[in-house]
Write a protein that binds this ligand. Sequence first.
Ligand code: NAD
Length: 456
Amino acid sequence: MTDAAAIVSRLRSTFASGRTRPYEWRVRQLDAIKKMLVDREDEILDALHVDLGRPRLESFIGETGFMVKEVEHARRHLREWMKPERVSTPVVLQPGKSEVHKEPLGVVLVIGPWNYPFQLIMSPLVGAIAAGNTVVLKPSEIASNTSALLARLIPQYLEPDAVAVVEGGIPETTALLEQQFDHIFYTGNGHVARVIYAAAAKHLTPVTLELGGKSPCIVDRNVDLDVVARRITWGKFFNAGQTCVAPDYLMVHESVREPLLEKLRSTVRDFYGEDPQRSADYGRIVNARHHQRLAKLLPSGEPVTKIQVDEADRYISPVILRDVSADSPAMADEIFGPILPVLSFRETEEVTHFVNARPKPLALYVFTDNDRFADEIVDHTSSGGVTINHVWLHLGVPGLPFGGVGESGLGAYHGQFSFDTFSHRRGILHKPLRIDPPIMYPPYDGLKSRLLKLLA
Ligand code: NAD
C-alpha cells in the first residue's frame, strides 16, 4: 500500500516552501493541465470508454471538453480572483486600510467517484491549484482504467511534489483520511460522505461534500412537448442515466401526461434506434453490482418503452415507467441509471408538497411557459441548483455555484467558487502607528467613557 503519511508530508514541505503561492506557478500548472487535456484527449476518452462503455462524444461533453473550458476560465480570471479585495473601514477605526486576502489552505485531498471519473477529479484540482495548494487526488477504483491513466499522466504534466495521485479503494482512502489535510473535497454518495465528514472532524478539517439525490423534473401543461421530450430524454439517458444531476423522476401535469409519454417513447427511438443496445450513442452500466441494483427497480411501474437487460454486456435499455407509486422501489433512493419513473400532478401544491417531503435534491428542473409557475415551484422548494426549461445545463455556467444542500451536499464549486472553496479569506486591517489617540486606553473616566460608548 502507498505510504499516505509520506505523501502528505512531501506535499506539506512543498507547500511550506512557498513555491505554490506565486501567480506564475499556478498559471504554469493550469497551462500544463490544459496541455494534458489536449495532448492526451484520445487516451482519456479511450479509458472512459473502457470503464463506462460510454460514447466518446458524451465523454468529450461531460469530461475533457468541459475541463478545457474550466481550466481556460480559471486561467483567464486568476489574477483578478487572487487580488485582495478592499473593504471600507468604519470611521471609528480610521485611519486604517481593510482588505480581504485570499490565501491557499495547504494540502488538499480530492476523492472522486466513478461516474465522471476524470472530470470530477480534475475540476476540483483546477480550483485547488488556482488557489495555490498542493493536492492529493484519489480517483475512484471502480473506474479503474481512468484511475490508472490519471496516475500515469498527472506526474508527467504537474509537479509530482505538488500533486500526487493515490490509487485504491477503501483501505487506501482510509489511510489517507487518517492524515491531516487542510481541506477534503469529496464527490460521491451520502453514506461514504458521513465517513469522510467524521474523519475530517478529528482534525477539524473543512470539507466540501458533492453528493446526489432524487432530482425532480416537473413538466407543466402548455409546453412544447417535442422540445421537452428531447431535452429530458437527452439529459436522462446521457451516460446511461449515471449522472448525479440527471432528472431522477418526472412529475407531469395530468393533462399532458399521455402525449408526453408518447413523445418520450418516440424520442428514445429517434435517439437510439429500435435496438439501443446496438446504438453507438448509448452507454453501459458501470459494473455488475450496479446492474443488479438497477434491475430490481424495473418492476416499479408499467413500462412505456421496451425493457431489455443484458448483464453480460452491462446493458439496460432506456426505460420509462408509468403508474409508478410514490412508495415503489424506484422512488426510494436516487436511481442513477437509465430508468425514468413518471408521476403526475393536478395542482402546483402537490408538486411542492411532494418535493418538500423528501431530502433536498441536487437539482430541480421545471419545464413551463408560465413564469409564475416556475417561480411558484422554485420559491417553495429547495435544491442544490435549478435549470428552467432544460436539464443540468446550469452546471456549465462558471458564474453559478455548483453544489448541493442538505442531503445533496455541503459547499459548492466551479469557476470562482472553486477558487474560493480552496482559499482562506483572511481579513486584514492595517493601521498606521503614528496616530494613537489616548481615548481607548484606561483609565476610562468621565468624558472618555461617554465618548467611547458613543463611538464603539
Ligand atoms: P464511488 O463508489 O466511486 O465512491 C466515491 C469515492 O469514495 C471513491 O473514490 C471510493 O474509493 C471512496 N470510498 C468508497 N467507500 C469508502 C469508504 N468506506 N471510506 C472512504 N472512502 C470510500 O462512487 P459513488 O459514491 O457510487 O458515486 C455515486 C454517487 O455520487 C451518486 O450518489 C451521485 O449522485 C454522486 N455524485 C455527485 C456528484 C456531484 O457533483 N454532486 C457528481 C457525481 C456523482
